[in-house]
Design a protein around this ligand. Structure first.
Ligand SMILES: NC(=O)c1ccc[n+]([C@@H]2O[C@H](COP(=O)([O-])OP(=O)(O)OC[C@H]3O[C@@H](n4cnc5c(N)ncnc54)[C@H](O)[C@@H]3O)[C@@H](O)[C@H]2O)c1
Length: 351
């Protein structure tokens, strides 16, 4: 790993991005980290808090307060000469139905970035690109009905505009990779990510955070009936590790990470009932105190809801040398205790 390397993290003021920034600085204290963020859902407080959690001192990199859709990528790559661009900046509100806005913000500039990454090798300053896709690209594949892991090939039926924007990013990536097989670009389909630093996501925070918050606030947890819906929940530390591995900065491979699109999950599905049970046990709140309330899923939600997700993580192990380190319920219990130890975070948005 070279010293004084520059890394760009778009969406670096967000939940996962800020954790990534701090981990980069932990591993390479002299690295120059350039955060590009329009602060739509992120905050510099996320970066400061993540750096404090990782004990890397105050963030002293560069912040470009700008939408990636409006960015002059030619100028940015020429000026900063990053070795890796981690592109996580996106509208993350999965309920937003404004198609023009979602596609403009989540896709704008991406094709130009792909082209520049392709050209960069020919210009002698090779750049790798790692971008965030989502389990939302799957919708409800046949594997969901039989409760089996989703292989990467099963995606393509997103159920909302957000999932479609991620699917179209992947489509642009595929087109570019058809022209250049060795294009050093990796798309990561994050499943449901949870962990420290998500309090400012408000309604878009993980269900784990929201359920823990309710229990800690003395309110009964609320679940869609009958609570058996299950998701692949993955701890943010594992997601950051995978993202670094995709950037060639971690992982157990002797060779560079293999370009492509990968699932990033724990490989296990846990139901919302299991999550509540786990939180109750960790926080010492038995089921007869604050009994769980179940309610019918509204039809508007039913239309796009994913009842079951589970990542097949075999490809990530082979191509990136990455596997999750922590089992989801173990991480949920630790996280519940951490949330309690922190009190109410500054800048938390209502969930
Ligand atoms: N958290 C999850 O469970 C999850 C699951 C699947 C995929 N993802 C993806 O991971 C990435 C990070 O998500 P997160 O959970 O940290 O959410 P987040 O909302 O906390 O972070 C997104 C960040 O991107 C910024 N942003 C939004 N639009 C932008 C734009 N056009 N240009 C520059 N910055 C922009 C926001 O201000 C924010 O700081 C996103 O691409 C998201 O779609 C997250």
């Amino acid at each position: 790993m070279s010293h004084h390397a520059t890394y760009i993290v778009t969406g670096g003021a967000g939940f996962i991005g800020a954790n990534l920034v701090a981990e980069l600085l932990h591993r390479q204290p002299v690295a120059h980290v350039v955060v590009i963020d329009n602060f739509r859902s992120g905050s510099v407080e996320n970066i400061m808090a993540a750096c404090a959690r990782r004990s890397v001192g105050a963030f002293a990199g560069t912040i470009l307060p700008c939408s990636t859709a409006a960015l002059d990528w030619d100028m940015v790559l020429e000026r900063y000469e990053p070795s890796v661009v981690f592109h996580l900046g996106a509208i993350t509100d999965t309920t937003l139905n404004d198609e023009a806005e979602m596609f403009r913000e989540n896709l704008g500039g991406f094709e130009r970035l792909l082209a520049l990454v392709g050209e960069s090798r020919r210009h002698g300053c090779p750049v790798r690109l790692v971008y965030a896709s989502s389990a939302g690209t799957y919708g409800a594949p046949p594997q969901a009905a039989t409760r089996e892991p989703f292989p990467e090939s099963a995606a393509g039926q997103p159920r909302n505009v957000y999932g479609m924007s991620k699917w179209l990013m992947e489509a642009a990536h595929r087109r570019a990779a058809e022209r250049d097989e060795a294009l050093p670009v990796i798309g990561l389909r994050y499943f449901n990510v949870f962990g420290p630093g998500e309090a400012r996501k408000g309604a878009m925070a993980s269900m784990i955070y929201k359920l823990a918050r309710r229990l800690l606030d003395g309110q009964p947890p609320r679940l869609f009936a009958d609570g058996s819906q299950a998701r692949d929940q993955v701890a943010v530390a594992d997601v950051v590790e995978c993202t670094l591995a995709a950037g060639g900065l971690a992982g157990g491979l002797a060779r560079p990470p293999k370009p492509g699109v990968y699932n990033v999950g724990s490989g296990r599905a846990v139901s919302f009932n299991q999550i509540v049970d786990c939180l109750r046990e960790a926080l010492g709140i038995p089921p007869d105190r604050l009994p769980t309330e179940y309610f019918e899923m509204p039809a508007s939600v039913r239309a796009y809801y994913q009842d079951y997700t589970r990542a097949d993580i075999a490809a990530a192990a082979l191509g990136l040398g990455w596997s999750p380190r922590v089992a989801p319920l173990e991480a949920v219990a630790q996280y519940a205790l951490w949330i309690r130890s922190q009190g109410r975070p500054v800048g938390e948005r209502p969930v």
